[in-house]
Design a binder for this molecule. Structure first.
Ligand SMILES: [Fe+2]
Length: 227
């Protein structure tokens, strides 16, 4: 057994954890924009949870969707470091928020038992992940760039869970995807600023030699009853 792949306390490889820490520091340094809070933050619009939240959670629910437990074969797809912050309307970070994401694999298949195309599902893609925010409100996932499936432009589903609050669900999208303009869920967001706030660039990760991508998606919660 490769000693670098020994499992850590949480079940994911020690080598991966070290890489995660490095990436977190990098992301924080690279993306921090001084004075960003001076501007009024756009509330992230609530969007449908959809029918494919996992009906049975995977054995591994960590923040690395590209590898299941100690599996050595990665998921197929464009590896993407997906990060952001969970914020209040005034820009304060929210700690102890559970951020959950779920999305289709490279073939457009959800891990939900009712997803179409199960026969061609990528068994190495976790399909769902969780991250609990710390004091900075920051979250991080390693996943793949989502692909379209019939009827939908590429998207990643989010659920934010906090003690004493209703679950908040939304979706995030890729800037420049041709199907965005025709997507019924995106079009359902009537306010233009709100609509733009959920569409983010997936850019090459600086310094990556393997063509990895990076995307930032902040979730701004209103904490007032939704209209
Ligand atoms: Fe979906």
């Amino acid at each position: 057994m490769n000693p670098l792949l020994r499992s850590g306390a949480n079940g994911f490889a020690v080598a991966n954890r070290r890489q995660f820490l490095t990436r977190t520091a990098l992301a924080a340094a690279f993306f921090t924009v001084p004075g960003a809070f001076a501007e009024a933050l756009v509330h992230t619009p609530r969007q449908t949870e959809g029918p494919f939240y996992p009906d049975k959670l995977p054995l591994d629910t960590d923040n690395d969707l590209v590898a299941i437990n100690d599996g050595t074969t990665p998921a197929v797809g464009d590896i993407t470091w997906l990060s952001g912050r969970i914020l209040t309307a005034s820009g304060e970070p929210i700690r102890n928020a559970t951020v959950e994401i779920w999305q289709v694999d490279h073939h457009g298949v959800y891990i939900h038992s009712g997803s179409s195309g199960k026969a061609k599902a990528d068994g190495n893609f976790q399909g769902f992940g969780r991250f609990v925010t710390g004091s900075t409100g920051e979250y991080l996932f390693r996943t793949i760039k989502p692909v379209p499936y019939p009827g939908r432009t590429p998207h990643i589903h989010y659920a934010i869970k906090m003690k004493g609050r209703d679950k908040f669900t939304t979706q995030c999208y890729i800037e420049g995807e041709p199907q965005n303009d025709r997507d019924g869920v995106i079009r359902g967001i009537r306010d233009e600023k709100a609509r733009k706030s959920v569409i983010v660039p997936f850019n090459p990760l600086p310094g990556s030699k393997t063509g990895e991508l990076a995307a930032r998606f902040d979730v701004v919660l209103g904490f007032t009853p939704e209209a």
